[in-house]
Design a binder for this molecule. Structure first.
Ligand code: AMP
Ligand code: MG
Length: 495
């Protein structure tokens, strides 16, 4: 048995919050990957591989753990579903991270629970590999996110469109409480439970708010600010979550529930990858609006705690959403894109002018099928004066002349900057990655694992993504956009 000690403050909230539910054993578990560094940060002392496999396949229940499935509801594509909950996930408890804050540990794909509805409670290997790669890449890209601790093959099959190998993913989060967790109690006007849940979230994730004049309003505001900043970060890295239902939005402001998510290749404001998002509700450019929509649903659950008078409470919530969310999002958006473009002298330049310059770059990229990540990476190599370095960037644009026009405006703006080429390039390269988990490469690692039981490509891609901002000799193929026959047009939830 591994030497660790789970706590479970969630369980103390009471029976209405969960269903006590053990993971269902699997027949022949084997380890795909274990995140040793994260494990060490969580104080997990590993004696041997077998004990990891036993715990993170769900075959052994640690004596300090009291596994449960959490209850929640949520709006899926705008439609309220009162009966969601952990249908294929089981919460093991919390562990203390070396940073002094607790983390929650959950198995995903660990068997049926009370909330499984028609599902089998299992995960296929592909989505587990995808979540492992993308969530750990996101962490290295400085995005607040759930983490991957372990991936285990079950030795069993799951039935999806085809028969697939099964796997269990262990994820670690600051919180698994979602907007939908609050909605679950709000639908029955169970104010007592909402208060308990809010108190729990404050204690766990926003302890500094416990002493606020109105901790519930302070919680709402703080969660709104974190979400605005998270979505601004997604936009800067070209990340499309793909299924921003209210049950997939963490109240702790972390990216959670990696399903049909994807990083953008060619830039398109309206890019959608998810096979089930027919209306583009969760398209790249709609993410900030949907964030606001989801947070409005969150506000509705907390209104009675703002002030007694409902009209006044609505006014307060609207004020937070319209003023704080919208303003914070646009401030963060602008600050992030300025950094990506090397624009640091913000006192001498107007916000409107810089925003127009950035928008015009994005429009030029969209009109010329330029790769999102490489555009910013190559831009980070350029000097104040045009020279041969410009060619790599120009080569990304179907009409290179279009980017020449923009570069001229950019260089004019750079004349306000006082740093050297090298200083600017270094700071731009610290925010513009060389490597992202590209869809076609993720697909290739899944194909190798599923078809040939070869996890080599998975480990190789993972290793490259550990240093996304560093050019790695010999790893140029990981930088490249897909060949036409490799382009992934759609991604799937894999549920
Ligand atoms: P997701 O697409 O992961 O956000 O899941 C939406 C809801 O469906 C959640 O309540 C999940 O627990 C549930 N769910 C998804 N896949 C399965 C499955 N294979 N078995 C049982 N429940 C599932
Ligand atoms: Mg979900």
């Amino acid at each position: 048995m591994l030497n660790l000690a789970f706590k479970n403050r969630y369980q103390e909230l009471g029976e209405g919050f969960y269903d006590q539910s053990n993971p269902a054993p699997v027949s022949k578990p084997s380890l795909i990957k274990f995140n040793e560094q994260l494990a060490a940060e969580l104080g997990i002392e590993v004696q041997d591989e077998q004990s990891i496999v036993d715990l993170f396949s769900g075959n052994t229940i640690h004596n300090s753990s009291s596994p449960l499935a959490m209850a929640y509801a949520g709006h899926q594509f705008g439609h309220f579903n009162p009966h969601l909950g952990d249908g294929r996930a089981i919460y093991l408890g919390e562990l203390e991270h070396i940073d002094g804050r607790a983390r929650d540990v959950q198995l995903k794909g660990s068997g049926r629970t009370r909330y499984s509805r028609n599902g089998d409670g299992r995960s296929a290997l592909g989505p587990v590999m995808r979540e492992y790669l993308v969530s750990e890449a996101m962490h290295k890209l400085k995005m607040p996110t759930t983490r991957a601790l372990a991936a285990v093959l079950t030795g069993e099959h799951v039935i999806r469109e085809q028969v697939k190998p099964g796997a269990v993913m262990t994820r670690v989060a600051s919180s698994f409480i979602r907007v939908g967790s609050f909605q679950y109690f709000a639908m029955n006007e169970d104010l007592e439970s909402i208060r308990k849940l809010a108190d729990y979230v404050i204690e766990r994730n926003y302890p500094e708010l416990a002493e606020a004049e109105n901790p519930y309003l302070a919680l709402f505001e703080a969660a709104v600010m974190r979400q605005a900043s998270l979505i601004a970060k997604w936009m800067q890295i070209g990340f499309i979550h793909g299924v921003m239902n209210t049950d997939n939005m963490s109240v702790a402001g972390e990216t959670i529930d990696y399903g049909p998510c994807a990083f953008m290749g060619f830039f398109d404001h309206n890019q959608v990858y998810s096979s089930i998002d027919h209306q583009g509700r969760y398209s790249y450019s709609n993410q900030p609006n949907i964030g606001l929509w989801n947070l409005s649903r969150f506000a509705e659950t907390l209104l009675p705690f703002f002030v007694q008078d409902t009209d006044k409470a609505v006014e307060i919530a609207q004020d937070v959403l319209e003023q704080k969310y919208v303003k914070h999002y646009s401030d963060e958006w602008l600050a992030g894109f300025r950094a990506k473009c090397g624009l640091t002298k913000i006192d001498s330049a107007s916000d409107e002018d810089d925003k127009a310059l950035i928008d015009s770059l994005l429009d030029t990229m969209a009109k010329n099928q330029a790769d999102y990540t490489l555009t910013f990476y190559y831009l980070s190599q350029l000097d104040k004066d045009p020279n041969d370095n410009d060619q790599s960037l120009r080569g990304l644009f179907s009409r290179p002349k279009a980017i020449d026009v923009w570069l001229e405006k950019w260089r004019e703006r750079l004349s306000l900057e006082s740093n050297t080429n090298e200083q600017r390039q270094t700071s731009m390269q610290s925010v513009n990655p060389v490597y992202i988990p590209r869809n076609h490469q993720i697909e290739a690692t899944i194909r190798a694992a599923e078809d040939n039981e070869d996890f080599g490509p998975f480990h190789a891609l993972y290793d490259v993504l550990q240093k996304p901002y560093e050019y790695q000799q010999g790893k140029e193929n990981y930088m490249l956009p897909p060949e036409p026959n490799e382009i992934v047009h759609q991604t799937f939830c894999g549920t």
